[in-house]
Design a protein around this ligand. Sequence first.
Ligand code: NDP
Length: 350
Amino acid sequence: MITDKPVCVTGASGFIAAHIVRQLLEQGYRVRGTVRKSPKNYPFLLGLPGASERLELVVADLLAEGSYDLAIAGCDYVMHTASPYEINVKNPQTDLVDPAVNGTETVLESCLKSGGVKRVIFTSSIAAITDEADSNKVFTEKDWNTMSSLDRNPYHYSKTLAERDAWDFIMRKRPKFDLVAINPFMVIGPSLGPSLNTSNQIIRDIMIGSYPCLMDINWGFVDVRDVAKTHILAMETNSASGRYLCSGESMNMKTLVALLASSGFDTYALPKLDLSGKAGSILMKVLSFTQPRDTGMYIRTNIGRTMRYDNAKIKRELGISFKPIKESIIDAVNDMIQWGHLPSKKIKNK
Ligand code: NDP
């Protein structure tokens, strides 16, 4: 263990953060997690092994200046994961950009004030690297998303602005702490809390018939337990620096559906109609206008292209090896059934 001071985890109630809290406690760390409501609302955190002795929950909000001062005081390490993760919102500026960007500034200001913080591990996203697949390119940590805006993939925009702001803060204020960014792709796997995460929801939606057909779209997947592990490795590895693209295998929708079908989930409403060819992609672009605005936008900027990326840096520098994605997908599905996000009885295809 490298510190007996608490490790601060912002947004401890979140899908990824709860796993970070669990792993930190398992490894003997003291943890100070921030949450938005009274701590009694988070029995899934308070009941974790080691929590009664070493977990403290503190209320804080990204939109309230100075809100994180108390949570960060006396910590050597801060994992800043809190940020809204939603694709379709009413007001992208107030629902996504303001909490992501102002919240990052607020958290970093609290780190500065505390005087003792050594490193901030910032949960960024592939969204800050790109918002569109490009079949002719392999994305790396050197790439920055320059395409998103309030009107185009606004969640991606919020993550890009927030990460840029964090690096800019370091340049402007030259604090004693350094910054390491983790940029995960689609994070899936079992959830410690009752909420359904936006990324697991994509798998659920595929299984309950929300996608009428197979499209030519692919994602990079990473298990939530591996993402939590990389945050801790980024804290413990002195030489860690810069950004870390964090994703295991990528998989297209057709392969994902075939994997679900062959893993015992074949009687869920998996899409059968194959529109993953060139003509299908043109049709899907047209049909994307019938989807909620930002889902439609994501489809149009990604369909018919293969997303490729290089995850060599995180494997080399943090020594992580990713879980086989089949295991994560099956764990995610079984977990969604347990939480009631998916019916346990198989449902008929439409
Ligand atoms: P969750 O929605 O599960 O967690 C988001 C966390 O942020 C929650 O704890 C939430 O609190 C908190 N939060 C949101 N708005 C505010 C606010 N105004 N003030 C304080 N806290 C707030 O999402 P994930 O765990 O998936 O995401 C965690 C981080 O990882 C985010 O930064 C996200 O962008 C990033 N990420 C996620 C990926 C994924 O596929 N899941 C991929 C790449 C990056 P509350 O519980 O009260 O709502």
